[in-house]
Design a binder for this molecule. Structure first.
Ligand code: UGA
Length: 472
């Protein structure tokens, strides 16, 4: 079976390389010539552990090739996976479907044989049905040989674990309209099926909804624990212990209950917004309203880090604690109190990617916080093991350094915003010697406060009441 993959971003490039690993001949298509040239040389335009090795292996073997030609894929492949982006429309909540629409339209005009088109992109419910009609009309009009059918097969891979999640998924969900389409997809995923991976064959609408429901649930779990952080920050209590304790209940589970600066990336934020927009279109304005709350809780975490920076710095500079109050998560305009304390302060920013093991800074809470501190007048020294280049493209005026040590030298405050292993392993004495003031904010709750306090650090963390008297 010959497989094409349309779109070679995180999803498409990973899917293409993994399909080759499963033994298929694969042709990856992208409209971006530079991307195709890089991939053909075996170069990956983003960081994803394990993927460069797979790419090189299969480009070298000839099993994996790349093209910009729809004509080539249309005459060659039996199955066409669509892995193009569905970003948030600028200035709106809804998803921008123009890349998916264009991919289906282009395939319809170029396929010259029996084929199955399989959508993997995350789309609002109703999209596959609409595209099925579009496909049928376009085929009737094109008058080309071959019967072409559509299926939807949502993707659940996580950045940083993309290869593992694709080769050994938790479950496989396929939205199909015929036994033939299901059979073709069973052949594609034969290896996973033989290993016992749950197989859910269903209709288009369910397949589309499974994906957005999963991401909405994950976002809700994170914002749920972060809402409790807002309580423990005032009332006292330990947010980590709270998460552990409720997580022991198997109905709740401990995963995705890590309190911190919240969720970001190219998926969770835009998917919960697109879902709200879609259900509103369906006349269900109230149904997903709680997701707006989840979004707000998430964005308020960023305000909280800025406020905590003001509190920690004012305490360390003159013993009094200034606060800017809990904001509403909406603004990047700093309050006068924030500017007064932050202006000229030297702040080491540890991490700017939306999570570790990725160089992705899309909607990154860490990068947003770094930029807010900079806007308020702080001198920020940003270090991320993989994300500096992408961050610098987005916010070129921030100060970037290429080692952890350079970031903390002379700093008045250090803020850990992405939980890379390098930061978890820091030695308090080594770091303390380099800083001007021994102060730190753990915005991911990954550092044990005891050794840092023992080394004379003022330690603050999200989800914990700021109690500097305990720090000295
Ligand atoms: C997410 C889903 O986890 C994947 O299943 C899905 O396929 C993907 O979106 C997608 O739709 O393509 P990803 O965006 O790679 O994957 O990232 P996650 O691992 O879900 O993390 C999202 C954010 O939540 C990160 O910013 C992370 O730091 C944050 N997070 C995660 C927390 O703040 N706390 C937690 O306990 C867990």
């Amino acid at each position: 079976m010959r497989i094409s993959v349309i779109g070679t971003g995180y999803l498409g490039a990973t899917h293409a390389a993994c399909m080759a690993e499963l033994g298929f001949e694969v042709l990856g298509l992208d409209i971006d010539q530079a991307k195709i040239d890089a991939l053909t040389r075996g170069e990956l335009p983003f960081h994803e552990p394990g993927l460069p090795e797979l790419l090189t292996k299969h480009v070298d073997s000839g099993r994996l090739r790349f093209t910009t030609s729809y004509e080539e894929v249309g005459t060659w492949a039996d199955v066409h996976f669509i892995g193009v982006g569905t970003p948030q429309k600028p200035g709106e909540s809804a998803a921008d479907l123009r890349f998916v629409d264009a991919a289906v339209a282009s395939l319809a005009e170029h396929i010259t044989r029996d084929a199955l088109i399989v959508g993997k992109s995350t789309v609002p419910v109703g999209t596959a049905e609409r595209l099925g009609t579009l496909l049928a009309d376009a085929r009737a009009h094109a008058g080309l040989p071959g019967t072409v059918e559509l299926a939807w097969n949502p993707e659940f891979l996580r950045e940083g674990y993309a290869v593992r999640d694709t080769l050994t998924p938790d479950r496989l969900v396929v939205g199909v309209e015929s036994a033939h389409a299901e059979n073709v997809l069973r052949q594609v995923y034969a290896k996973s099926l033989a290993e016992g991976t749950p197989w859910i064959a269903t209709d288009f609408a369910t397949a589309e909804l499974v994906k957005v429901a999963a991401n909405a649930f994950l976002a809700t779990k994170i914002s749920f624990i972060n809402a409790f952080s807002e309580i423990t920050e005032i009332a006292g209590g330990d947010i980590g212990t709270l998460a552990d304790a409720i997580g022991h209940d198997p109905r709740i589970g401990r995963k995705f209950l890590n309190a911190g600066v919240g969720f970001g990336g190219g998926c969770l934020p835009k998917d919960i917004r697109a879902l709200q927009a879609r259900v509103s279109e369906l006349g269900l304005d109230r149904t997903m309203r709680f997701l707006a709350e989840m979004d707000d809780i998430n964005l308020r975490r960023r305000d909280r880090v800025v406020d905590l920076a003001v509190q920690v710095l004012s305490h360390s500079l003159n013993g009094s604690i200034r606060t800017t109050g809990v904001g509403d998560g909406s603004g990047t305009v700093p309050s006068p109190a924030a500017v007064e304390v932050l202006n000229g302060a030297k702040i080491a920013i540890l991490g700017v990617t939306f999570k570790p093991h990725s160089d992705d800074v899309r909607d990154s809470p860490a990068l947003d916080v770094a930029n807010r501190l900079f806007t308020a007048g702080a001198e920020v020294a940003v270090y991320d093991p993989k994300g500096n280049a992408n961050a610098a493209r987005r916010f070129p005026r921030l100060g970037y350094v290429n080692t952890l040590q350079k970031a903390v030298i002379g700093a008045d405050l250090m803020i850990l915003l992405t939980e890379w292993d390098e930061f978890r392993q820091m030695d308090p004495e080594d770091i303390g010697r380099l800083m001007d003031r021994r102060t730190l904010i753990d915005a991911r709750n990954v550092l044990d406060p005891a050794p840092w306090r023992a080394a004379g650090f003022t330690h603050a963390a999200l989800g914990h009441r700021f109690a500097p008297e305990k720090s000295v």
